[in-house]
Design a protein. Sequence first.
Length: 395
Amino acid sequence: MSNTKTKRNIKQPISLSYINKLIINKKLMTLLINGPKHSNKHTININNAKQWIDAQTTENRKLAAESIINTVIYIPHKYLLHTLKKTIKLFINEIKDKQFVIVTESTNKSGFLFTLLFCYYLHKKHKPIYKQLLNVNININSLFKHYNNQVTYLFINDMDYTGNQSSNYYRTIKHEIEIINLRCFQSSYAFNRYNNLKNKYKSHITNIVGEVLPSLFDNLKQTYPDDYLKRYKEICRYWGLCPDPKSKLNKYPHNYGSNCSITNIYFDHKIADPPSTLLLPLITGYVPIDDDYVHHYDYWCGKDHLTNKCDESNSGCIRPRANGNKKTKKQFYALIDKCKYGDYLQKYMKKYKYNLFDLTGEIENDALDIRCPFSWYKTIDYNSGKFTRKSKRDV
């Protein structure tokens, strides 16, 4: 028994042979294709969302809450896989008869999960193309030593929100190689960014995307053409924290940059960090009061972030309101179905005294337990085809 346990815990190096072994494991692939029990059920609860909006203590916060709910995009697991299959067809048209290798991530990252699903569907439906795959590795330099610039280097993942991580990584590659950046989804922000990458990198990058989704700003513009800028300001003010005073490129509110989430999107397998999506309001359903915006630390945001002197038209600060500190019981609304918004979450919020600044930083560090939907791909034992732990917030 102990030998079996030890075997399961051994980390195998990622290679093509390891991928080939996993994609024929029916138990594992059924798990990945179906996801956990609540996959495809994490929709926004419309009744609770309406109550959350109505419970906001000021008109500005109501406007922000309404705008969040009416622009949120939920991608169920089935639709994610449907879109992955679309990207595979686009890839086949692009790769033609060329050989390729895959540069993936470690097994607890989304890049590995989608590399595995990509290989599974390619092997199942397009075996001649799959035979053009020569190797899989997490280290591009190891691959380059063997294949030089004679092959195409493929990078696979679920979504580019800002495109920062992937484009910054490609900038570090010193080899002149052909790269394909393959994503099921990209925000309109990231997609436009990739369109402007031509001739800026040593490598040649081809961007393949199954579907482009609107950024938060673009989505607001489409949904509320008459007052989208005001709504964007209020979302950023209350849920994006401070604009960057060092930004000389744009004036408020565009100088929020990564401090205000670039999208309002979540998946069954992931609800991303605050720079990427509106994590905090969606997973907490919390109704903030003025005191929750008191800035305790001397960061560039400034201690006077909450002040009667605030000019809200031209700044990201907050002016207290008459009802802003309405003394009521702390209020939480279950915004996402099949997620618990009770004791575990509320104790977590209380631990940080409901301070929105502190909570945003801490939640970003907490990649698993406080989030719902749960990042289940981080808990897969690929050798046994089982989850190693359960979510503390699944219903």
